[in-house]
Each structure stands twice: as C-alpha cells, then as structure tokens.
Design a protein around this ligand. Structure first.
Ligand code: NAD
Length: 476
C-alpha cells in the first residue's frame, strides 16, 4: 500500500488546516497514488514554534541518547525496507533495485551521522597569560529549514534531517511534493524512534510560498537546499534577510574525459551505467562526454551497445534498468535539447523522442559530434541524453571541462599517473572520480564549487554544516 500522506507538525501526523491538497502521480503509469495535504501559513507558524521549542529539548540531550534514537529509526526502516523501497519506485519511477540501493544508503547515512554525532569536538587554545582558559566550542547551529528535490526521495531527505538531528538541531523539511511518501515513511520512523515532538517537522505546499514564509521567520538559523541553481540563488537571497546560514547542493554538468591510454570498453560500460542511472536524473550524472580522437569511434560503438542493452519500463517490473522521467515537463526539456543539438550538426545515434506508452518515458538518447555551442553542452540536461564529442589534447579537454559555471562532479578514464595528478590540480570540480563514477559514500564530503553550490553533505564536513563555532575566555 502507498504511504498515507500527511504533514508532521509538532509530533502530530495530520492534514493541513485549510484542507488544500494536490495529487501525487506514479510517473510510470500516470495513476494517482494519493492526495498530499498542503500546510497553511498557520501550519507553518506552528511548525516554526514547535521547532524552536524542540531545539532546546533536543540539544539538551546527550549525543549518546541522540545516537540511540537515530539507530532505532534505522532499525524501524530496515523492518519496513521492502514496503518503503516499493513506494519510492511508485512515486519516483526508478527501478526497484535502484530504490533498494538508495534506501540502504539512506539508512547508512542516518546511522553514520548518529555515530559521528558522538565525535563533535571543540578545542582548548593555550592562553597568552597565566590564569586564563580559552575554549573553542562546537554547538548546534539552531533550528534548520530544508528543501529537497525529488530525484533521491530518501537520500536527499536524510542527508539534511539526520545531519541536523545528530548535531542537536531541530528541523523543518519540505521534501518534494512529487515524492512525499518516502519522506513521510522516514519521518514516521524517527517519531516512533523517539525524537521529541517538533524536533522533526515535515511540510508540503507550493514550494515558493513555503520557503518564503519559513525564511521570513527569525527562528531558523540554517537553510539547506538540494535542487537547481536558480532556485538555490533565490533561496540564498531570502535567507540573507534573516542572516540564515546556507548549504547549497545544486546542479552540475559533469564532464567525462576518456583518454586513449585506458580500457575504452570498460570506460564506456561504466560511463553508460552512470549516465542512465535514475534515467539521468542525478545531480552528479555524467553529462558531457569528451573522448580522445584516436579512440572516439571505439568508445561510441561500445557506449551505444550498452544503451541497446537497457531495459526500459515500469521500475516495479523485473529486469527493468531504466524507468520514466519524473513528469512530462522533463520530456519537453529533453526534446528541446535534442532538437537544438541536431540543428547544430550533432548526429542522433539512438533515441531522441518520447516512448509511445503511458507514463513519462523518454528513450535513452545518444548524440555524437555535439559542439560546445549546442544548448545541451551548456544547460544541465537532467535526463537520459548523452552528448559526445572528441578532443585533441589534454589542455583542450581541461579547458572544455572548466568552461561552464558549474563545478559539481567530473570523471576521467585513464591509467596515466602524471595525467591523473594534472587532473586533480586543474579540473574545477567539487568531486572527481578516476575510472569510476562513484563520488558519494556516507563518510566522505559531497558537494560542489562555483555555481554548483557550497558546503558539504556527508563526512565530518556534513556534520560541521549544522554546527556553529563559539569561543569562551575564562579569567581566574
Ligand atoms: P525545480 O528547480 O523547479 O525544482 C527542483 C526542486 O526544488 C523541487 O523539488 C521543488 O520542490 C524545489 N523548489 C522549487 N522552487 C522552490 C522554492 N522557491 N523554494 C523551495 N523549494 C523549491 O526543477 P525541476 O524541473 O523539478 O527539476 C529539474 C532541475 O532541478 C534540473 O535542471 C536540476 O538542475 C535540478 N535538480 C537538481 C538536483 C540536485 O541534486 N542538485 C536534484 C533535482 C533537481
């Protein structure tokens, strides 16, 4: 059964006070899964007041007791694993195997943050004179507000909520209205595990209205966002009015640099698996493919044969390896990007159109000889379209990789240690993977530079984002 859709305010799961709601759809079938309540301004005010009150209670608990609550939430989610993963696929569309992987990592993230919360350290600084003690403290930053996108309905939520809770903060989160069921299942596990009333609040509504209302309150001290660059810039402006500290986890346009010395077939296999994971709807998805001239043809042939092996369908069906896009609006974006690239001389090797079946399906698409002038080489595609081009020299490919304002992830395939050393220095990216597309595990920092945002999630840096540094000087 799909999750019962409710708000969570001050420890109560309930409907919105004005009775407004919106339908939630299964993007693979178009079926309505449920009606999602919207929070009214009065509901948001209640959540703000509850988060302020709960913050004082939660930060007063020991790190060990907070860890026990987070651990219990992990066990509750593990008990409900199959049901939550199935609902994730129903509302988001990704294949069930990917949903299970995501949920497993999400539980790992909660567990990791819970444990790491026990290792928040300050320090003592030696004084310049006798009779003085100087202490640097790391304290929870305060009540947190968070807004997250739909592409990782479990992971995007726990990266904010578990980090905030482990640091001793309360949180109001607005997950995506398109994928609320997974988020609500996580909220239920946390409430059942014993978070105090108001320490976690979950609201839904018209995104711009909710964020504007929450940012105009003096209560939040931290805003954390996962989504697109324009929305991130807008939210930073709102946050600035109340001096709310931000973490921005925004979009990217990740270059893939394939050099002639490497195993080209292996590179094509790994790059295609990374590209079509979650139908390309991943912020670190490989999105601009640059292949050294001498191996360009070999790479393209191998890449296309990987695409021919994809099995497109409803993520609930056995053997499906790529599901639909989140909604029809993304199909229009894909069509526009593909048509523009072809008009500018690109060769369409596979796909390029919507699939003729119910749901928001777009064919996995491969474009070759795509010039940097094409829109797809400049705008983040966020879908199953791979634009490929060749390059002649290392200098050229590094310049093209760095050409855009984004700086989230970059990938390189080579065995040459000197070249790898150069890429580590010169590629402007927050995350670099060599000979793989793996850039995210719970214990490592995840985040971009340039317009892809700032601040990290995961690793000790992810916990630091929910802390504030204070100094105390004592004279005896
Ligand atoms: P979008 O920017 O309209 O929405 C992205 C998310 O931000 C949604 O979940 C939405 O609820 C939320 N949002 C939008 N406006 C908001 C506001 N004013 N206040 C608070 N939250 C708000 O884009 P979309 O069409 O849903 O998705 C496509 C784009 O989103 C892509 O171009 C991609 O860059 C970006 N995206 C990035 C990530 C990421 O992990 N960095 C994830 C999903 C989407």
């Amino acid at each position: 059964m799909y999750e019962k859709l409710e708000l969570l305010i001050n420890g109560q799961f309930r409907q919105g006070s004005e009775g407004k709601s919106e339908p939630v759809y299964n993007p693979a079938t178009g079926e309505v899964l449920g009606a999602l309540p919207h929070a009214s301004k009065a509901d948001l005010d209640e959540a703000l007041a509850a988060s302020e009150k709960a913050y004082k209670i939660w930060r007063g608990q020991t790190a060990l007791s907070r860890q026990k609550v987070l651990e219990k939430a992990c066990r509750i989610l593990e008990d409900r694993f199959d049901e939550v993963a199935e609902n994730l696929t129903k509302e988001m569309g990704k294949p069930l195997a990917e949903s299970k992987l995501e949920l497993g990592v999400a539980i790992d993230v909660i567990r990791w943050y819970g444990e790491e919360g026990k290792r928040i350290y300050g320090r003592t600084v030696l004084p310049r004179m006798a009779g003085i003690a100087q202490t640097v403290r790391k304290d929870p930053v305060g009540p947190v507000i968070a807004f997250v996108a739909w592409n990782f309905p479990a992971l995007n939520v726990v990266r904010k909520v578990a980090g905030a809770l482990a640091a001793g903060c309360s949180v109001i989160i607005k997950p995506s209205e398109e994928t609320p069921g997974t988020a609500i299942a996580i909220a239920r596990a946390l409430v059942e595990a014993g978070v105090p009333d108001g320490a976690v609040n979950m609201v839904f509504g018209v995104p711009a209205e909710v964020s504007e209302h929450l940012c105009s309150s003096p209560i939040p001290r931290k805003l954390s966002f996962t989504g697109s660059v324009p929305v991130g810039i807008h939210l930073q402006k709102l946050a600035a009015e109340n001096m709310i500290k931000c973490t921005m986890e925004l979009g990217g346009h990740s270059p893939v640099m394939v050099f002639e010395d490497g195993d080209i077939e292996k590179a094509a296999k790994i790059a295609a698996a990374g590209k079509y994971r979650n139908a390309g709807q991943v912020c670190v998805s490989p999105t601009r493919f640059f292949v050294q001239k001498s191996v360009h043809g070999k790479f393209v042939d191998a890449f296309v044969s990987e695409v021919d092996n994809l099995n497109i369908g409803d993520g609930m069906d056995d053997g499906v390896t790529m599901g639909p896009l989140i909604a029809d609006r993304r199909i229009d974006v894909m069509d526009g990007l593909v048509q523009d690239a072809v008009a500018q001389g690109a060769n369409l090797l596979r796909g390029g159109s919507r699939l003729n079946r119910p749901g928001s399906f777009y064919a996995p698409t491969v474009l070759d000889n795509v010039s940097d002038d094409a829109r797809i080489m400049n705008d983040e595609p966020f879908g199953p379209v791979a634009p490929i081009d060749s390059f002649a020299s290392v200098d050229e490919v590094i310049a093209r990789a760095n050409r855009l304002p984004f700086g989230l992830a970059a990938y390189a395939f080579t065995e040459d240690p000197a070249l790898i050393a150069r890429l580590k220095e010169d590629v402007e990216t927050g995350l670099l993977a060599v000979n793989s597309t793996v850039v995210s595990v719970p214990e490592t920092p995840f985040g971009g530079i340039k317009h892809s945002g700032y601040g990290s999630e995961g690793g000790i840096e992810g916990l630091e984002a929910f802390l504030t540094t204070r100094f105390v000087s004592e004279t005896y």
